[in-house]
Design a binder for this molecule. Structure first.
Ligand code: N01
Length: 548
């Protein structure tokens, strides 16, 4: 039972509005930490969550092989030392069920459930400037009001199935990776098609191949993937990590990706010999892990010549693993530098294409034309299938926020304001939308970091901001249009100084037809970003306008 009391609202039509100090949208890792942090400030908050359980990404993405690509000892909350000492991760990288179990444990341990309304999707959020109040409405008819609204809506929470002709006519079953049935799917004996070879596809393909009678993989763009080298947790490493947890967490804040434990590179790639480079890449390949590989040299993400050496190393690995040279060439990415799209981590991904029951279909040269009653029709052929899996990704970073009708009085909606791409100050707030915070919003390092570090850093900053406002008797905050404009420019300038814009990735919205092509995450590094946020606060919330 929630301890939040319902009482008469001040405005007609909102007679049953729940009065709160803050409304949280989302019950994933971000929303749960927001609730916890707000409570520590003595604020009354309630979270709305569309799922029937907490966990966000880890609640929805239950496809075979779903697993985190950040190591377990890093991918967890840092805010409570007892929590991190007590919890034991069984493997080097957490599986989806393990991570969901952990999130549920946190929800229970910190008694967060009583303030989460499950099965409830927020449909609108409207700010009234006169009363400085957000009114949030849900698909269940709830109305909640509070001076502050915290959007913990996630970066990859809006699954997208391409608008294929004929999809309704398919007689078999189809699934999306991000909306996976809770009871699982048994593909035994079936002819299965997987469309999409991003992180989700790369993780599920080896496991579906083991079950299916035949698996067709429909690949439009080849992605780089590295071996994860997963395995049981090394208990000596775990002990050493736990002994040193606070220092390791602090160290993560000083890194570009919010992940400690890898020695920072010291040399540019082209300053060493070819032999030395190959030896370095071999070591990293054997070690497993994506950040570790990208940490081979200082300049892999900014210097194309340097990146080419790493990209070619992985292409050669693919050629050495995949027996059919034509299939190997199709799997070897040539349209983007390694690391400029999310670098996948896998277990036996390339090896899977050596199986007799797996066929790679190139839908770049012969695109999918339609889904038929019996399968997939490309420009070249018909593929008879019993089941289709769409591993086709998400309307990333802005999708969840754009789906909510967010507005301030009669002004433009957030979706209208962002018609040309997201505009934020620090990825934390949006000018013209007072008292609304976005946890890991576009314009912050978000998906380019260990997400839980980013969530904690954002929510700690927001809590500090709310405490300062209370101390100063301030009731309203929003960024100035100038600060927002300058930050957006900076986000773009930094991206343009790297190789990232060379890829057609979801970082730029390229996977969603018609989405404006704007670089959304901040790639200037987590350490520098945190320093900037701290400096903004220390300088009296520079760039923000506070009022009462
Ligand atoms: O989605 P994606 P995802 N016809 O957008 C293809 C995180 N994550 O769910 O590249 C044919 O990366 C599309 O092709 P193309 C992680 O941040 C993390 O795999 O657009 N194909 C692409 O191959 C990740 O980056 C973990 O040409 C079509 C694929 O579908 C993010 O989530 C695990 C198509 C979509 O790939 C998203 O990953 C899983 C069409 N019409 C996810 N439309 C880990 O922690 C799309 N595609 C390990």
């Amino acid at each position: 039972m929630s301890d939040v009391k319902e009482r008469e609202a001040p405005t007609a039509g909102d007679a049953r509005a729940i009065q709160l100090d803050a409304i949280v949208v989302g019950g994933g890792l971000g929303g749960l930490y927001a609730l916890h942090r707000l409570r520590r400030l003595g604020l009354k908050a309630l979270a709305f969550e569309a799922g029937s359980g907490v966990g966000g990404t880890w609640f929805w993405n239950r496809y075979p092989g779903a697993r985190c690509d950040v190591e377990s000892m890093e991918y967890s909350y840092a805010f409570d030392d007892d929590l991190q000492q007590e919890w034991s991760w069984p493997e080097r990288y957490g599986t989806q069920p393990e991570i969901l179990r952990y999130i549920n444990h946190v929800a229970d341990r910190f008694d967060l459930r009583r303030d989460v309304r499950l099965n409830t999707r927020v449909t609108s959020a409207e700010f009234d400037r006169a009363s400085s109040t957000w009114t949030v409405r849900t698909d269940k008819g709830d109305v909640a009001q509070a001076p502050f609204c915290i959007m913990a809506t996630g970066n990859l929470s809006t699954p997208r199935v391409p608008d294929f002709k004929g999809i309704g006519s398919f007689k078999g079953q189809w699934y999306h990776s991000g909306l996976w049935p809770h009871k699982g799917v048994d593909f035994s004996g079936l002819r299965v098609g997987v469309i999409g070879t991003g992180s989700s596809g790369v993780q599920m393909i080896p496991l579906i191949a083991q079950q299916a009678r035949h698996l067709h993989v429909f690949q439009r763009t080849a992605n780089f993937s590295l071996p994860a080298r997963n395995g049981p947790m090394d208990h000596e490493k775990e002990r050493a990590h736990k002994e040193d947890y606070p220092a390791r967490r602090a160290a993560a804040y000083e890194t570009p990706f919010g992940i400690a434990g890898f020695p920072a590179p010291t040399k540019p790639a082209m300053t060493v010999t070819e032999e030395e480079r190959q030896a370095q890449y071999e070591t990293k390949w054997a070690e497993g892990g994506s950040i570790s590989f990208l940490y081979s040299y200082t300049d892999l993400l900014v210097n194309k010549e340097a990146n080419d050496t790493a990209s070619e190393f992985v292409r050669n690995k693919i050629r050495s693993i995949v027996r059919d040279p034509a299939v190997a060439e199709l799997l070897a990415p040539k349209d983007h530098p390694i690391g400029t799209k999310r670098l996948c981590l896998d277990t036996n991904y390339y090896e899977t294409y050596n199986r007799d029951n797996v066929t790679l279909v190139d839908v770049r040269s012969a695109p999918i034309q339609e889904i038929t009653e019996s399968g997939v029709r490309t420009a070249n052929a018909d593929y008879e299938l019993d089941a289709i899996v769409f591993a086709t990704g998400f309307d990333a970073m802005t999708g969840a926020l754009r789906e909510i009708d967010i507005r301030v009085g009669n002004g433009p909606t957030l979706a209208e304001k962002w018609a040309g791409g997201p505009l934020t100050y620090l990825g934390l707030m949006v000018s013209g939308f007072p008292n609304m915070f976005t946890i890991t919003g576009p314009g912050s390092p978000s998906v380019k970091t260990q997400m839980i570090v980013a969530i904690e850093q954002h929510m700690d900053w927001i809590a500090g901001c709310l405490a300062t406002m209370r101390a100063r008797g301030m009731t309203r905050i929003e960024p100035s249009p100038e600060a927002e404009r300058d930050w957006v420019q900076h986000v773009n300038d930094v991206a343009d100084s790297t190789l990232y814009p060379l890829a057609n990735s979801w970082y730029v919205g390229a996977n969603i037809p018609g989405k404006p092509r704007v670089f959304m995450p901040y790639v200037g590094g987590f350490a520098g970003y945190k320093k900037k946020c701290d400096a903004v606060a220390e300088n009296g919330y520079e760039g923000f306008v506070m009022s009462r």
